[in-house]
Write a protein that binds this ligand. Structure first.
Ligand code: EPU
Length: 419
């Protein structure tokens, strides 16, 4: 068993470079199934979700060459099966993108029910609604999803809920459909724009990604033969911004798109931190105890749920009592119990948590319940006095590239230990 041991408190200082976005990359890889040929994808984050995704694509018949640890050339001209390996697809959430992509490419797919972080109920009814409106038959039984279609036909699709996954999945299934699909009430996250940019680079005709109406004119085929670089990770950048505030540090966060970070910047300024926006890098520093705040997580451009636990660490150390309302997931406050073991005073009731700010946290053994909870605990351990041991690292490794190396490079005393 592995654990991270963090000794604090350390104000994080220096420069850190952001990797490619996990939630864009895990959709772009299945999107290569739409290409009848070869393409190169660069700036892939070196994380376990990407490795699993590549293995699934290989099992479907794709040929992958690793150019370096962040770049692959993938040939999807010979897809040999429509059965994705159930054990692998059930391991992570984004395996549901195989459905949209394979429906387009082969008109058929069988996958395991998607896994991923346990954040409460994670229905996929909006994905299924989209596939069915485009003309597919979808059945869910015995932990498997089976979808089949003769020829998908474009149509208007109104999303009852703003969903990142359903928006991308419908985009994937509509790219090669006959006619035009219009997704209304679409999600607007940067990774949606990135997947659309990737598909358009390969020959798709998608307009309006990044707004709540996306129009997809179906094309005959995607030509491939192009290179695409994944957008920088908004959530990893936000994680380091909040780490700078929580540890009273000073970080220059490089290779990010600061436009994607506006909701985080606004909250950091509100609680008394400092932000300098340089367009493709952002400096964040804080030399005093942050002020209390009220946060509500919302779809983009609102405050992201994927930064809620990291913000929770900041607010657990703030002056006064703060409130976070988690409006996306039913169960994203599990980390608060771990922070309370470190001396925080947080009361979580359903989708709201109250943070009575304390002056300091102290190290303790803690367990990461999911990916972003794990990142929050690394920040908390760095800010806390004494030694924190963080367990369940598989969650963190799914989505953060070399987390301990990146934290060490900005001054944290953090080691990965195999017991
Ligand atoms: N929802 C439905 N029906 C659906 C789809 C979603 O009711 O068919 C609900 C969900 O239960 C949730 C809300 O709609 O309450 C939003 O869910 P969404 O579909 O947007 O989430 P997702 O696509 O499953 C992605 C990210 C999550 C991130 C959310 C919200 C990936 C692989 N995952 O999940 O990322 O929290 O969007 O931004 O892109 C993470 O990276 O730590 C993570 C959990």
């Amino acid at each position: 068993m592995e654990k991270l041991v963090v000794k604090g408190p350390t104000p994080l200082k220096g420069e850190v470079t952001i990797s490619g976005a996990k939630n864009a990359a895990v959709a772009i890889l299945p999107a290569t199934l739409l290409i009848d040929g070869v393409c190169t994808i660069e700036n892939l984050p070196n994380i376990s979700d990407i490795k699993i995704s590549c293995t699934i694509l290989e099992k479907l018949g794709a040929k992958i060459t690793w150019n370096d640890e962040h770049s692959i050339t993938i040939d999807t001209s010979n897809i040999t099966t429509t059965k994705a390996p159930l054990d692998l697809t059930s391991k992570f959430r984004a395996s549901y993108y195989m459905i949209g992509a394979m429906l387009s490419r082969k008109g058929e797919i069988e996958v395991g029910m998607p896994g991923g972080c346990k954040l409460g109920a994670r229905p996929i009814d909006q994905h299924i609604k989209g596939f069915e409106l485009l003309g597919a038959n979808v059945t869910v039984e015995k932990g498997k999803i089976y979808a089949k279609a003769k020829k998908l036909k474009g149509c208007p699709i109104y999303m009852d809920i703003v969903s990142v996954g359903a928006t991308i999945n419908v985009m994937l299934s509509a790219v090669l459909a006959k006619g035009t699909t219009i997704i209304d009430n679409a999600a607007k996250e940067p990774h949606i724009v990135d997947v659309a940019n990737f598909l358009n680079t390969m020959g798709a005709d998608i307009r309006g990604a990044g707004t709540d109406v996306i129009k997809i004119n179906g094309v005959e085929r995607l030509k491939g033969n192009a290179t695409y670089s994944v957008v920088p990770d908004q959530i990893e950048a936000g994680t380091f911004m909040l780490a700078a505030v929580a540890t009273k540090g000073d970080l220059l966060i490089k290779n990010c798109i600061t436009k994607h970070l506006e909701s985080i910047t606004a909250k950091i300024l509100e609680i008394g931190g400092n932000v300098e926006d340089n367009g493709d890098s952002i400096r964040v520093w804080c030399n005093k105890r942050p002020n209390k705040a009220t946060i509500k997580t919302l779809p983009y451009p609102g405050f992201p749920t994927d930064l809620q636990p990291q913000m929770g660490v900041v607010l657990s150390l703030a002056n006064g009592t703060s409130t976070i309302n988690e409006s996306i997931w039913d169960s994203r406050f599990q980390y608060t119990e771990e922070l309370n073991k470190m001396g925080a005073k947080i009361t979580a009731q359903g989708k709201t948590a109250f943070f009575e700010g304390v002056k300091k946290l102290s190290g303790a053994p803690v367990y990461s319940s999911d990916l972003r909870a794990g990142a929050a605990l690394v920040i908390a351990g760095t800010a806390a006095e004494g030694e924190t041991e963080i367990y369940n690292l598989e969650h963190i490794d799914r989505g953060y590239e070399n987390i301990e190396e990146k934290f060490r490079s900005i001054g944290a005393n953090i080691q990965r230990i195999t017991e």
